[in-house]
Design a protein around this ligand. Structure first.
Ligand code: CP3
Length: 333
């Protein structure tokens, strides 16, 4: 069994596998080289051969235990015919959400539009570099996708003041997201994804009274669906405080924690496998400090099923040598 499956399925505490969020990305010069020649990010994601090459770039350099497919959570609104663009220095910008058109959209057309993503999964699963490693597929959580689809840009500076104004639109959109998330997950799994991670990057924007409607209920449906396909599902509800409630209610196979979470509190409260936590900024310091921080996480979780990862994506300014040092240190532990 692969090291990550050992942790997720057998609760193995003796091995500490590692993969890194955004491991294929801008901190690698070989990624930047391909990216410079491909200014249209969506088109790049729809080029399965280039996306496969990018997905495998970090595995060629580092002894990681998983490949996460090079794609984006915003491929879902793209598949629903909402315009998605990535503007340099700004981030994603989405077009108007046309619910009438989306309601008419059929599953076959959605799958057709995203077929290169599924071909990519297949290429990764069958590549020699992923032997005895896992291929991880992913989706955005319903809430985070709703945020992008309604807000139409990153909510870094907060949600638009009228975000919740049209309750009917919100509820209908959530239902559509849920339906097509299942389609997107099923197709990734059928193409060879062995684990699904659900990114809820903007969970922290909500107050706890809204968790049931926007986080728990829609996420439970997606988690249960993924588990019904016999595939472990890792949830990353970034920015929440009540991880114990989240795990008890949503019941993911594992929980990924962000860098603001106290790992000792998690250890006390959580029985399921844990992933991640270390602040990506640690990789911008020096080897001594990195060593200290890595040891902290490995020590705290020494008797707990744990997958090493960061508490958010690796930063573009990271020196690949620090990543190399990190992976070797976790592997030698
Ligand atoms: O982790 C991986 O290596 C797999 C690839 C991956 C990407 N996006 C590629 C990408 C994954 C898992 C994602 C998830 C994603 N996308 C999330 C959830 C995780 C998180 O970061 O919170 C979100 C919120 C998005 C939406 C998104 N995509 C944003 C906000 C941006 C712009 C970010 C920025 O720094 O400019 C993207 C673009 C994006 N997705 C890049 C990559 C490598 C950068 C592309 C580039 O400009 O070169």
């Amino acid at each position: 069994m692969t090291p990550i499956y050992e942790v997720l399925k057998n609760n193995n505490t003796t091995i500490k596998p590692i993969w890194i969020m955004r491991q294929a990305g801008r901190y690698l010069p070989e990624f930047r080289e391909i990216r410079a020649k491909n200014p249209d990010f969506i088109k790049l994601c729809l080029n399965e051969n280039l996306s496969a090459e990018i997905t495998l770039q970090p595995l060629k350099r580092f002894d990681l235990d998983a490949a996460i497919i090079f794609s984006d959570i915003l491929m879902l609104p793209y598949g629903l015919n909402q315009k998605v663009e990535f503007k340099k220095g700004i981030g994603p910008i989405l077009g108007d959400l046309n619910l009438d058109n989306i309601l008419k959209l059929d599953e076959i057309d959605f799958v057709k539009k995203l077929t290169p993503v599924y071909k990519l999964v297949n290429l990764i699963k069958d590549n020699n570099l992923t032997k005895n490693k896992n291929t991880i597929g992913f989706v955005g959580a319903p809430w985070t996708l709703l945020v992008y689809m309604i807000n139409k840009k990153s909510p870094k500076l907060g949600l638009k003041s009228d975000f919740f104004k049209d309750e009917k639109l919100i509820n209908k959109t959530l239902k559509i997201i849920e339906k097509f998330l299942k389609v997107h997950i099923k197709n990734q799994v059928d193409s060879g994804a062995q684990i699904i991670q659900i990114f809820d990057s903007w969970a922290g924007l909500l107050s706890e009274k809204d968790f049931t409607n926007y986080i728990y209920e829609p996420t439970i449906n997606i988690v249960e669906y993924t588990k019904s396909l016999n595939v472990p599902v890792i949830c990353f509800p970034k920015g929440i405080k009540k991880f114990k409630d989240f795990c008890e209610i949503v019941k993911p196979s594992a929980i990924c924690i962000d860098y603001e979470v106290d790992p000792k509190e998690i250890l006390k409260d959580i029985q399921i496998p844990v992933q991640g936590g270390m602040d990506p900024k640690v990789l911008l310091t020096d080897q001594e400090n990195l060593k200290k921080e890595v040891k902290k996480y490995l020590n705290i979780f020494k008797d707990h099923p744990y997958i090493f990862n960061l508490g958010h994506g690796i930063l573009p300014e990271t020196n690949p040598k620090m990543m190399d040092y990190l992976v070797k240190m976790v592997k030698d532990h």
